[in-house]
Design a protein around this ligand. Sequence first.
Ligand code: SF4
Length: 428
Amino acid sequence: MEKETQRNVELMWLLGRLQPDFKTIADFRKDNSKAIQQVCREFVDICRKLDLFAKPLVAIDGSKFKAVNSKQKNDTQASMKRRIARAEKHIADYLKALEDKDSNDTGVDECNAPQLKEKLDALQTHLKELKQRETEVKAYPDKQLSETDPDSRLMKQSTVGSLVGYNVQTAVDTEHKLIIAHEVTNSPVDRGQLLPLARMAQEALNQDNLTVLADRGYYKGTDIKSCVDEGMITLVPKPLTSNNGANGFFPRSAFRYDAQKNEYRCPANQALTYRHSSMEKGMSIDTYYVSTLICRACEQKSQCTVGVNRRMRRWEHENVLEEMQDHLTQMPEAITTRASTVEHPFGTIKLWTGSRHFLMKRLKNVRTEMSLNVLAFNLRRMISILGVLELVNVLRAIVVSVFSALLTRLKPLRSLLLCSPLLMRIAK
Ligand code: SF4
């Protein structure tokens, strides 16, 4: 950006010949994270006012973005174990070589002995350091330590195995592919992200009856129930967690639930009645089964269970999940709509950022960086959707919101000075 202010004639005009150096630009980004995030939100608000979100349908998905932290600078309990085992093996090899030399039964010559001892000392010091580091790793709540960017975490990625980075979550409008809401987390999984993202999208669109699409990774009963309670239509396919079907046993779907009688009917038409409830991870789970004698006498038992009887477990709000599955069955296109919507923004932003996704360290700064990416993406989408002239009108509206956000949030006067000519020119 610094180079462009000295080279690009249009930018020179736009900035009134201001030529901030890279440090001023970087400080601006660092010092004004709240204002930048606010601008990103204001832009979505402007899109909403332009009726670009006519369909209250959003797709939620996450993607892993690389942090400024190599895999070598990230330690987990497993990696520490591996490194310690390797160092111990090296030490054992050197000790054996020394032992062999002492007993004169190998070709290790005399002049190698001091070198071997030196190497052995270095390895033992290294081993001590590794054990010290292992203790540090164990002290972290998630037993993980990233050296360069302490907030980044080791995450699995379907295409490249794993990376040390952040999990970027977005809620994308299915019609124009605009990013409505986003969040950066260092949680390696998507589970648990559905509710916060759906709420952010609901607030951004000012729509209570929002329809939310997400993949199996977001399936979490309590999140889905909260979304439904808050007026959203939530569509998340159920993950296949049971191997019963694959192992030749009756799948869960072979047991029909009768809500009136509060019991299950098994394939042998026996009633599995309610027996007791228990609390598991804050959820009340009811257990149903038929008497052991009936199951023992059943001809289909070999296809049903290896235990004394088959038990069905049901969350007290399971009906919410069942209704959602019924809804999803009636909308088979929802899954393809979700995939074709969310891939677009992630693919574009990753193409822009290249192989180094984030340039800043720490979660707070990475969030700001992502907000800039999202703002740039949405601006580019708006150029495609509205055309340049219409976008100029939109920018005028943005200037008003940017000014109000800057005036309330900007602290350093120099940042305000840097911005004002630019904004004034856009306003003109
Ligand atoms: S084993 Fe028990 S639960 Fe399973 S089909 Fe037979 S009677 Fe029903």
